[in-house]
Ligand binder design. Structure first.
Ligand code: 13P
Ligand code: SF4
Length: 350
């Protein structure tokens, strides 16, 4: 566990992190990407961190890969690449810099390390986990194999390296249907997200899909009734749900897709009002680019994603602590499952 006070004292010794309206004004170009969602006094607090991180990033020859659920000051202020899980995994294979700072959760940093093992991969907070990744182990996968002999195991990337290593192929929310459809067997085991599996079962009725009993603590909270209530409260709202939501929630939505699929849909469709049934930083991150869209809806935050802050990113680059390591034998096996997914997804998407 990071000692927040020691960390703060160490950073204060090396960087001027006092809130600065002058620096905030100097960095107005960056602020313009988030000025609808970040108040000026907050930007004056963030600006010294953003300046320090961007300088240190160049000195350390580092790149920042950030998930779509990061807060706007990370997403717009310091990220070199933003995206959904699949996009970040593909980008990780291309990184030439010495250091990758993963602004996301631990399984994402592990995936980057697996795909680009010679790089130093830092996660600003080792405790940025994921309820799905915690729900399944390699033993759990072995249990499923014993129950459904011969069925291939398609494992969501939201898992540990050990779980990936025990699987035949990975999938993400953007390619799960393609990957499952491409399996030769009639029965397919999907782990660990039962709701993703149930949603894919509806899209791929020709397969018998069996699943593990895991779920995402952010998406399982939404109910179909919530969505109906929102439609009544804001008539005409376009509702877009992530496939980690329960199937009756997805059925109530107008569109379902990965986090980047959701961004693309709203960017193309430009509904007057939109409710993103997913983590709430998503709407904040695209608000400035889509001023004509009114985002309505609740704010469900992922407590794991929110462990990543500007202060911890600065600390990780300053101290070079928080390097993610994966045992070579595990990484070699996990790489096969992840690379199969990337290759198949590329082939099937043309
Ligand atoms: P995406 O792959 O759609 O970005 O989802 C990752 C995630 O953790 C969603 O909860
Ligand atoms: Fe895991 Fe859900 Fe958080 Fe995504 S939103 S990282 S699936 S707990």
């Amino acid at each position: 566990m990071l000692d927040q006070f020691a960390l703060r004292a160490e950073l204060a010794d090396h960087y001027d992190l006092t809130p600065s309206p002058d620096l905030a004004a100097e960095m107005s170009g960056i602020y313009a990407r988030m000025d609808r969602v970040v108040a000026p006094p907050d930007w004056a607090v963030f600006a010294p961190y953003v300046a320090a991180i961007n300088k240190l990033k160049a000195e350390r020859n580092a790149v920042i890969l950030a998930h779509n659920y990061m807060t706007p000051e990370i997403y717009h202020g310091i990220a070199d690449v933003v995206g959904d899980s699949l996009q970040l995994a593909i980008e990780a294979t291309k990184v030439e810099a010495d250091v990758i700072v993963q602004c996301g959760v631990h399984f994402m940093a592990e995936t980057s390390k697996i795909l680009n093992p010679s790089k130093t991969v830092l996660i600003p907070d080792m405790e940025a986990g994921c309820s799905l990744a915690e729900s399944i182990t390699a033993e759990g996968i072995a249990e499923m194999r014993a129950k459904y002999p011969g069925a291939p195991v398609v494992t969501y990337v939201n898992t540990t390296a050990e779980a990936k290593a025990a699987s035949d192929i990975c999938c993400t929310s953007s390619n799960a249907a393609q990957i499952v459809r491409a399996q030769e067997s009639d029965t397919v085991i999907m782990t660990p997200d039962k709701y993703l599996a149930q949603n894919i079962a509806q899209q791929v009725p020709e397969k018998r899909i069996v699943w593990w009993d895991g779920s995402c603590i952010v998406h399982e909270r939404f109910t179909a009734q919530d969505l109906r209530d929102f439609r009544e409260w804001h008539p005409g709202t376009r509702i877009i749900a992530h496939p980690e939501c329960p199937p009756d929630v997805v059925a109530e939505a107008d569109f379902s897709g990965s986090t980047s699929g959701i961004i693309d849909y709203v960017t193309t469709e430009r509904p007057e009002k939109a409710m993103l049934v997913t983590e709430c930083s998503m709407a904040s991150n695209i608000s400035d680019a889509l001023p004509d869209v009114d985002f309505v809806g609740p704010c469900n935050m992922c407590p794991y994603m929110k462990k990543i802050t500007l202060e911890k990113v600065l600390w990780s680059l300053h101290s070079m602590q928080g390097a993610v390591e994966v045992e070579v034998a595990v990484a070699d096996k996990a790489r096969v499952a992840v690379q199969r997914m990337i290759d198949l997804s590329r082939k099937l998407s043309g």
